[in-house]
Design a protein around this ligand. Sequence first.
Ligand SMILES: [Zn+2]
Length: 127
Amino acid sequence: MTRQRHRVYKNRLLDMRVRLRGDVSRMTAGALTGGAEGAQRNRMPIHMAEVAGDHFDQELSLALASSKDDILQQIEKALERIEDGVYGACDCCGRRIPQARLDAVPYAGLCVRCAQDEEDAAYWRGG
Ligand SMILES: [Zn+2]
């Protein structure tokens, strides 16, 4: 993966992190017009539809099941991987993660197969 691609994903990850943290002051959203009261605590900080492509329904449900903190952690790890220049390689098997997957889930640390294995393991562990 080129350095340029890394930068694209890095920007997306940083953007996601800002939204997940609810740091609205750094957003350019028109929602700020409401002042302090505009900070709607119950509002979902990120629209999952934006991070999930058509072919990633399963990933979408995974993302929704994950807690905000989990996703933030994964984003942090992904940012570290970008710094280390290993972003886009599966954490588990080392194979390249398809770009379509990274487009859908920029913080994905595992390839589809390994993520599936993890999910299965979690399921059989009862959570
Ligand atoms: Zn893998």
